[in-house]
Design a protein around this ligand. Structure first.
Ligand code: CUA
Length: 365
């Protein structure tokens, strides 16, 4: 008897370990992608729906499970107990447990449907449209009304609805007849503190509105498995005051400043020539350098990260990256997705040339 009890306690303890880990994981103080700590009006609307529904579901769960457990314990079989009275059917109870859940569901459905329509509605007023393009495995942002484009770190002005049009393209793959680019694969754009997830689907344009009340950086990531580097397809939304945002836009519009001399000038010559970089990357102010297979690098140093907002933008990391991109982030350049190894293929860059390229990339303010 005693030994059976000990075994049961031990099993309970073992079962509790994963539960403790899950519980502790939810206590992280630095959780930049915590959708339960929303920011901005859209995040709060979702939150205002989630918690009341969770409360209703919680009460139902505790009530139903509590009754089941209490009944099991109280009426369990014991030696010498007679069989309980057998009943069949109870009209009052059956009507009750049909009507009450139905009413609860109606009560939950109304705010849910209203919130869904509210979130999907076209925002009014001073709206900033941004075209988002999911690539394998990074994000491209084009601002049609401002004539600028950037990658991975989207800048937005505060207190402005940002209407995103979500596309997926893969310029490294052969396009179908009559199309500019091959359609890519499914991605999902997700910035947990600012809005819900929205799938990015080949052949159609999905819409999503985001809006931030305060300046700050909001982290997000691709939330739909999109092959090899799905986990390295992160993103940031940088919310800025109106004047700061205007300053950022003015900077993004500038063409590249051609370096006067030294390693950076040699790097510029490589970037636009033998290095073949402009075959994939846009460099504003360089004739014909408008490719979209890789990110627009004209103002690379305006970002804190690179390669799908995965690595800190440091000279050391850029150097390591150019030496062997797929060693840092798994990609398939041989299949047209991801940056090729330019040491082993193509221009066969030397260490000196890579230093020159990095010196040039460091000047791209
Ligand atoms: Cu893109 Cu997962």
């Amino acid at each position: 008897m005693q030994r059976g009890l000990e075994g049961r306690v031990r099993r309970l303890r073992v079962a509790a370990i994963p539960a403790v880990f899950v519980f502790l994981a939810s206590c992280a103080s630095n959780a930049p992608q915590d959708s339960l700590k929303p920011e901005g009006p859209i995040g709060h609307k979702i939150d205002n729906l989630f918690f009341p529904v969770l409360a209703v579901a919680g009460v139902v769960f505790v009530l139903v499970q509590g009754l089941i457990v209490a009944t099991i314990i109280r009426h369990r079989h014991r030696p010498g107990r007679p069989d309980p009275v057998q009943v069949h059917g109870n009209t009052k109870l059956e009507i009750g447990w049909t009507v009450i859940p139905a009413l609860l569901l109606v009560g939950v459905a109304f705010p849910t449907v209203f919130t869904i329509f509210d979130l999907a509605s076209e925002p009014r007023g001073n709206v900033l449209p941004v075209d988002v393009y999911g690539h394998m495995w990074w994000w491209e942002y084009r601002y049609p009304t401002l004539g600028i484009s950037t990658a991975n770190e989207m800048h937005i002005p505060t207190n402005t609805p940002i209407r995103l049009s979500l596309h997926t393209i893969e310029p490294g793959l052969p396009a179908a007849k009559g199309e500019d680019f091959a359609t890519g694969v499914i991605h999902s754009f997700w910035v947990p503190k600012l809005a819900g997830k929205q799938d990015v689907v080949p052949g159609r344009v999905n819409k999503l509105t985001i809006r931030a009340s305060d300046p700050g950086t909001y982290q997000g990531q691709c939330a739909e498995y999109c092959n090899l580097s799905h986990a390295n397809m992160r993103l940031r939304v940088v919310s800025q005051t109106q004047p700061d945002f205007a300053g950022w836009v003015a900077q993004q519009k500038k063409p590249v400043a051609k370096p006067a001399g030294g390693d950076a000038a040699a790097g510029y010559a490589l970037f636009t020539g033998r290095g073949t970089c402009v075959g994939c990357h846009t460099m504003q102010g360089v004739e014909g350098a408008v490719a979209r297979t890789g990110p627009n690098l004209t103002h690379l140093q305006g970002r804190e990260t690179f390669a799908g907002a995965t690595f800190d933008l440091t000279p050391e990391n850029l150097n390591r990256w150019i030496h062997d991109p797929s060693a840092m982030k798994p990609m398939r350049p041989d299949q047209g997705t991801g940056m090729p190894n330019l040491v082993k293929t193509g221009p066969h860059l030397t260490d000196t040339e890579i230093n020159q390229l990095v010196a040039f990339l460091e000047t791209l303010k």
